[in-house]
Design a binder for this molecule. Structure first.
Ligand code: NAD
Ligand code: IPM
Ligand code: MN
Length: 361
């Protein structure tokens, strides 16, 4: 039987707290249910960087590429490294270095009370964002001139290639086709950025011809934000560039109950056998770190995406259902209306999963 090796980077702040819970959840699948997964825990993050200057060694990156089916990452970011150089090396080293061009972020509310909009319940919030993950302003091209003077010039270039734009748009259309979703929104700012985002519009108009069963709508990102609040029901798949995708998925997280509920997968969508990276959307939340306050559910739903990617979609659904049940019973952390600590909220979901497994298996 093929063993799936999963590299684990707990990271900084609340990262290790939510990953600890996620590993206990994964252990339920490997030990109790016999799923062939082998964990490889890596000592990378701010602690390691401050100790010996190591961020993401190239040989570790290539071992991940060669040997692993997936990477599970907590979060990176530590006030002791204000320049965030370790976080960029590791996070972008994996996203860019492994060419994981599709950052897939499902936005689904699991309880009515988590939806902050007036007169809307969980049924109104169910869409998925395809965020381009290897280009845009994140490409790191730019520089500073006359730094620190009143004549300073600072430039971050926005990189948009035909190939990069086409492959993320295709990933979004293909996902819609595969999952039976009927509508794809592409969000850009081509009215203000006709060069770069004109490319997105033209490519979108070409590709939509190949997906006649899907309603394809091009919208401006500012209007998209408005409609996400006023009329979220209409959205099924949203595809956009790296920066807009980053921003709009925090807005999406707010619609599903906060960053403690938002999961993500980073994929090379055209080659699903390649190693993929799974991480909650949230960061290291240093202000609540070490206090047993962090919500582990985003990390749990992320484990669900990982298991689905490895070929066990029913396990992903079970995790989602167990999280929803725990929320309904108030067995959750404070950010989502409960009073439990990180560990007890994690226990609650694992107990539900063990019960469900006992009941149906
Ligand atoms: P953040 O996501 O860490 O926190 C934003 C807000 O959400 C805070 O109020 C925080 O308390 C809350 N929050 C986040 N996750 C939560 C959880 N699981 N449970 C309960 N509440 C939660 O974003 P930030 O404050 O802008 O950034 C903090 C650090 O994290 C920065 O260094 C940033 O660069 C980094 N960051 C890293 C990643 C990543 O590694 N993928 C993602 C985002 C931010
Ligand atoms: C995210 C984060 C990262 C990003 C930061 C930490 C660079 O906000 O994963 O959403 O902007 O991609
Ligand atoms: Mn973000």
């Amino acid at each position: 039987m093929k063993v799936n090796k999963v590299a684990v980077i707990a990271g900084d702040g609340i990262g290790p707290e939510v990953i600890r819970e996620a590993l206990l959840l994964l252990r339920h699948y490997t030990v109790d249910r016999g799923l062939p997964i082998e964990l490889w825990e890596l000592d990378l993050g701010a602690e390691r960087y401050l100790r010996d200057g190591v961020t993401l060694p190239p040989e570790v990156r290539s071992a991940i590429e060669r040997e692993c089916a997936a990477v599970l990452l907590g979060a990176l970011g530590d006030p002791r490294v204000p320049g965030l150089e370790h976080a960029r090396d590791i996070l972008f080293g994996l996203r860019f270095g492994l060419d994981l061009y599709a950052n897939v972020r499902p936005v689904k509310a699991l309880a009515d009370r988590l939806v902050p909009l007036k007169n809307r319940g969980k049924d109104a919030i169910d869409f998925v964002v395809f965020r381009e993950n290897t280009e845009g302003v994140y490409a790191g091209i730019g520089g500073q001139l006359r730094r620190g003077t009143s004549d300073e010039i600072a430039i971050s270039e926005d990189i948009n290639t035909r190939r990069g734009v086409e492959r993320i748009l295709r990933a979004a259309f293909e996902h819609a086709r595969k999952t039976g979703r009927r509508r794809v929104h592409m969000a850009d700012k081509s009215n203000a950025m006709p060069h770069a985002h004109g490319l997105w519009r033209r490519t979108f108009d070409e590709l939509r011809e190949q997906y006649p069963e899907i309603e394809a709508r091009a919208v401006y990102i500012d209007a998209l934000c408005l409609h996400l609040i006023q009329d979220p029901d209409q959205f099924e798949v949203i595809v956009t560039n790296n920066l807009f995708g980053d921003i709009v998925t925090d807005l999406g997280a707010a619609l599903q109950g906060g960053l403690g509920m938002a999961a993500s997968a980073n994929l090379h969508a055209a080659a699903p056998d390649r190693v993929a990276l799974f991480e909650p959307v949230h960061g290291s939340a240093p202000e609540i770190a070490g206090k047993n306050l962090a919500n582990p559910f985003a990390a749990f739903l992320t484990v669900g995406l990982l298991l689905e990617h490895l070929g066990w979609p029913e396990e992903a659904s079970r995790i989602e259902r167990a999280v929803a049940t725990a929320l309904d019973a108030g067995q959750c952390t404070r950010d989502v209306g409960g009073s439990l600590g990180t560990d007890a909220a994690g226990d609650a979901v694992r107990r539900l999963l063990r019960g469900a497994d006992g009941a149906d298996g």
